[in-house]
Design a protein around this ligand. Structure first.
Ligand SMILES: *[C@@H]1O[C@H](CO)[C@@H](O)[C@H](O)[C@H]1NC(C)=O
Ligand SMILES: *[C@@H]1O[C@H](CO)[C@@H](O)[C@H](O)[C@H]1NC(C)=O
Ligand SMILES: *[C@@H]1O[C@H](CO)[C@@H](O)[C@H](O)[C@H]1NC(C)=O
Ligand SMILES: *[C@@H]1O[C@H](CO)[C@@H](O)[C@H](O)[C@H]1NC(C)=O
Ligand SMILES: *[C@@H]1O[C@H](CO)[C@@H](O)[C@H](O)[C@H]1NC(C)=O
Ligand SMILES: *[C@@H]1O[C@H](CO)[C@@H](O)[C@H](O)[C@H]1NC(C)=O
Ligand SMILES: *[C@@H]1O[C@H](CO)[C@@H](O)[C@H](O)[C@H]1NC(C)=O
Ligand SMILES: *[C@@H]1O[C@H](CO)[C@@H](O)[C@H](O)[C@H]1NC(C)=O
Length: 572
């Protein structure tokens, strides 16, 4: 058989790119691993001042100052390290992982501008590296942090439990996990800042990782017999999965990153969500936007294409080849440039897809994913292609080359010492913004693992039913809840209530709702609250500027699916 010239040239280019990519990975892997470890206190060589187990975002202290610890970055980084540890790839990491869980247990308890541990403080995005609160202005809360932390620690806890170390899991790890998952269950339906800390609304990445965390929490609770929270977590996980579907834009076939923000919604947020909720056992499931699902592939193409016209370094690259990608096309931070971790996330999603197609021995082209696959074969039709078919081979090797192309872009713009900054210039590819960004290094490690075909634990994504059933709090239904409390007030005092949902003014004391004293000493108020939702609240006594809160813990109510209910409380 004679190959056409262009096909032969294509193969040659693919071979060169693969060689480049393999040799880049061989060099960059140990640099990325060392880069991550250098940024973890207290012994990391660049982590000066960080307490043990605290992950700094970057050693950079000026332009920008990233010498802080973010719950999101830290948890994603430690998830990668914990995966290596539990899979026997690096047995030395145990003590460092123990430092991390201890540090996070400490950070959970620190009062901060988002609140205390029981009043919303778990949603605080970042702390000082000496484990004190960061009190400056910031985009808070960010509700993905507790979910990502729970996911990382659940992976470790499952490993220890299955190794017989049940005492440590029960006494030390479970309390951390349970706090985070109850925070997710109680607060997921509140607005949040997105992972880029800019848009306050609902955010696909946040919803997706929250959903994952509850599902794996349920599996873990089942494994360990710690089942008291499970029925609430199941209810909330079903509602989260239902809500997750609403980000899909069926007209333009992509996932809208945020419900607010006034942008196109094309955003690496969605690609990162897909790779960080990858479950190799879930096939190409659409409901959880698995990496090989038709929705996630269509979304990937729309996201990538949005960067083709806007970066000079992408000029002249053909429309079916890899390009540099960043956070979102409207980005103006540092003038809007590609980010290493975003470009690598594209490669990782594609490598994840290849893992699943190979395992299942087939791939599907659907009307939703047709445009994605037509990049590689303009004449491909919708259908199922078995692994022994010519079409499967064509598409598989094209996707592999496409994926390698994104790593090759990163390789091209990595400085010779292997350092990965946050960004690289859209004009000429030189590194920009914070240097040695921990998350950039971690994203290289996970993309390289995926390329090598390594896959990690499932979290229960397989076979979930995303049907939005009535009564799961999914329709925005509300129920009328009447709160009553007996209280003997002094002259000038009034009773108020506030709590964890907007209908209860989101824990605001200044906007707390005034109860009626018409039946004094019984005070009461009727509020429409979200159905089938666990809501926390407290009463306050206010007299002018004197505000007295009930003491901890919060009161909680799980609202019914419909109807009305009266909740009679006494002050504590
Ligand atoms: C491979 O790497 C070399 C040197 O780093 C570069 O000049 C070349 O363009 C790369 N080839 C491909 C196909 O990316
Ligand atoms: C912790 O770090 C912050 C920020 O660098 C600093 O302002 C504060 O004084 C430190 N606190 C302690 C107790 O070291
Ligand atoms: C359980 O794991 C913890 C954390 O690594 C360790 O400190 C402890 O010694 C282990 N206990 C047993 C019995 O192995
Ligand atoms: C809360 O959930 C409802 C139902 O899924 C949804 O319509 C609403 O947008 C959600 N709000 C937030 C802030 O998550
Ligand atoms: C809980 O455990 C039981 C028994 O091991 C199993 O049959 C069931 O599928 C598990 N449920 C979940 C949600 O993991
Ligand atoms: C392809 O589609 C069929 C029919 O919907 C489904 O059963 C199968 O799991 C899909 N395979 C993959 C790899 O997505
Ligand atoms: C690596 O190279 C970059 C760009 O040349 C430079 O900014 C950075 O300081 C270097 N890092 C180290 C650790 O030498
Ligand atoms: C999913 O749930 C809905 C409503 O609860 C039900 O009607 C439907 O049969 C379920 N689908 C599957 C595949 O289990």
């Amino acid at each position: 058989m004679r190959l056409s010239l262009s096909y032969a040239l294509g193969l040659a280019a693919a071979a060169v790119a693969q060689t480049n990519v393999s040799s880049y990975i061989a060099t960059e892997s140990p640099i990325a691993k060392a880069g991550v470890l250098a940024n973890i206190g207290s012994s990391g060589s660049l982590s000066s001042g960080a307490k043990p187990g605290v992950v700094i975002a970057s050693p950079s202290t000026v332009n920008p100052n990233y010498l802080y610890t973010w719950t999101r970055d830290s948890s994603l980084t430690f998830k990668a390290l914990i995966d290596q540890y539990v899979n026997g790839q690096d047995d030395t990491l145990g003590p460092l992982i123990d430092d991390f869980t201890e540090a996070e247990a400490t950070l959970q308890q620190i009062d901060n501008p988002s609140g205390s541990v029981s009043t919303g403080g778990l949603g605080e995005p970042k702390f000082n590296v000496n484990e004190t609160a960061f009190t400056g202005a910031w985009g808070r809360p960010q509700r993905d942090g507790p979910a990502l932390r729970a996911t990382a620690i659940l992976t470790y806890a499952t490993h220890l439990w299955n190794s017989g170390n049940t005492t440590y899991v029960t006494n030390t790890l479970w309390p951390i996990i349970e706090l985070d998952l109850n925070y997710v269950a109680d607060n997921w339906n509140q607005s949040t800042f997105d992972l880029w800390e800019e848009v306050e609304s609902s955010s696909f990445f946040t919803t997706a990782v929250q959903h994952r965390s509850l599902r794996e929490g349920i599996i873990f609770a089942n494994l360990t017999g710690k089942t008291s929270d499970v029925s609430n977590w199941e209810t909330q996980a079903d509602s989260l999965l239902c809500f997750l579907q609403s980000y899909w834009n069926p007209t333009d076939s992509y996932i809208t990153a945020n419900t607010g923000g006034g942008r196109s919604g094309k955003d690496a947020n969605t690609v990162l969500a897909s790779i960080h909720t990858f479950d190799p056992a879930a096939g190409c499931d659409d409901a959880t936007f698995q990496p090989c699902s038709d929705k996630a592939l269509s979304n990937l193409k729309v996201y990538v294409d949005s960067f083709r016209p806007i970066y000079t370094i992408n000029d002249g690259i053909s429309s079916d080849a890899a390009v540099a990608t960043g956070r979102y096309p409207e980005d103006s931070y540092y003038n809007g440039n590609p980010w290493y971790l975003c470009t690598l996330s594209v490669a990782e999603q594609l490598y994840d897809a290849l893992i699943v197609w190979d395992a299942l021995g087939e791939l599907n082209v659907t009307s939703t994913s047709l445009a994605f696959f037509q990049q590689f074969d303009a004449s491909v039709a919708a259908g199922t292609y078995a692994s022994d078919s010519a079409e499967y081979s064509t598409l598989k090797s094209a996707v592999q080359s496409f994926a390698d192309g994104f790593v090759d872009i990163v390789a091209t713009y990595t400085p010779s010492n292997g350092s990965l900054s946050e960004q690289y210039s859209k004009a000429d590819g030189t590194p920009l913004s914070a240097y040695d960004l921990t998350w950039s290094f971690a994203s290289a490690l996970t993309a390289f693992e995926a390329r090598a075909g390594n896959k990690y634990g499932s979290w229960g994504a397989a076979g979930l039913n995303a049907t939005c059933s009535g009564g799961s709090g999914s329709g925005g239904d509300t129920v009328a809840v009447t709160f009553t409390i007996d209280y003997d007030t002094q002259y000038g005092q009034n009773l108020y209530i506030t709590g964890s949902v907007s209908a209860l003014e989101d824990w605001s004391s200044s906007n707390a709702l005034l109860l009626s004293s018409a039946d004094y000493p019984t005070w009461s108020i009727t509020v429409d609250l979200p159905a089938s939702t666990t809501i926390q609240y407290k009463y306050l006594v206010i007299d002018g500027s004197d505000v007295t809160w009930e003491s901890d813990p919060n009161n909680a109510i799980t609202t019914p699916a419909s109807g009305s209910v009266t909740q009679a409380d006494s002050w504590h």
